[in-house]
Design a protein around this ligand. Structure first.
Ligand SMILES: [Zn+2]
Ligand SMILES: [Zn+2]
Length: 291
């Protein structure tokens, strides 16, 4: 039940200002598959009582050699304008909310150009590393569902988590994005052996993230996808928590109405589990945000 300092907005409960609520994963119209401009997102975040919002539109995929039919981002020629706009909006609203400049970067283990070189061009507050492409296919896109139907699911998950491992070991990104997005469309391996294998992946990754002090996001976008659960899955998240993996929170909003989506429920859950801080970033330096 909402208490006095909570108000109900649609199906979601948002706490009013005073609770520390951050959202580090948002997209804008620039990526071609989202709605709203930067200011729309910031205004919605202020309205919902967030204290920080990170704008993290998809990094231009033309630089990453993604074939044109699979590009779901702005083009490199628009990147400077995006950066300028985030900074301008951040200045305009700085007395009301902290706005961070971020980007969601697609990870490809064999990218020749090198992520450090790509990223040093702008003074990002943070960079989310995400895997959407597996074996050259955007497996997060509903146009590629046959990939799940034609292959062994546990093999697919194995390959996906292997990429997550390689990305983490590269130490190039501040945040691991939607760490088990491979389940997005609801294709989840079943059966005792598969479930056991998944648990082993979770444990191995939790240990790796802890060792690297790699920040992982709790991404509520999965609640709005066919799988209808957060990334990471609850079992996975519990392992991250028990290994003291630093966490941040993102809605993966592709519409301003999705800003802070189910954020207060996540904060409530974290507090219940004894987690009292999440992580924010400025100039790619992490800092603690008390819950
Ligand atoms: Zn997107
Ligand atoms: Zn993503």
């Amino acid at each position: 039940m909402p208490t006095d300092n909570e108000k109900k907005t649609g199906a979601l409960i948002f706490k009013t200002r005073g609770e520390f609520l951050i959202d580090y994963h948002t997209h804008t119209w620039r990526c071609g598959h989202a709605e709203g401009n930067i200011e729309d997102y910031v205004l919605k975040a202020i309205e919902r009582g967030l204290t920080e919002i990170g704008i993290s539109d998809h990094y231009p995929m033309d630089v990453l050699n993604v074939p044109s039919e699979d590009i779901s981002s702005m083009l490199y020629q628009d990147l400077q304008t995006y950066v300028n706009e985030v900074k301008e909006v951040a200045r305009r609203y700085e007395s009301q909310i902290t706005v961070r400049l971020g980007t969601e970067m697609d990870y490809f283990r064999d990218l020749k150009l090198g992520y450090n070189r790509i990223l040093e061009e702008y003074d990002w507050d943070y960079v989310i590393g995400s895997i959407h492409f597996l074996e050259g296919k955007d497996v997060s896109h509903p146009k590629n569902l046959t990939f799940y139907q034609k292959n062994s699911l546990i093999d697919i998950y194995c390959k996906y988590f292997d990429e997550i491992k390689t990305m983490t070991n590269s130490e190039e990104f501040d945040i691991i994005g939607h760490v088990d997005v491979i389940k997005k469309h609801g294709y989840v391996p079943e059966g005792e052996n598969s479930v056991k294998e998944l648990q082993e992946f979770y444990l191995e990754l939790a240990r790796l993230f802890a060792q690297k002090q790699q920040v992982v996001e709790i991404n509520t976008g999965g609640l709005r996808a066919p799988v209808e659960e957060i990334y990471p899955a609850e079992d996975f998240l519990n392992k991250l928590i028990s290994h003291n993996v630093p966490l941040t929170i993102g809605s993966d909003a592709h519409h301003p109405d999705e800003v802070g989506y189910s954020n207060s429920e996540i904060v409530g859950y974290l507090k219940e589990m004894g987690v009292n801080t999440v992580v924010g970033f400025k100039n790619r330096q992490a800092y603690e945000v008390p819950l």
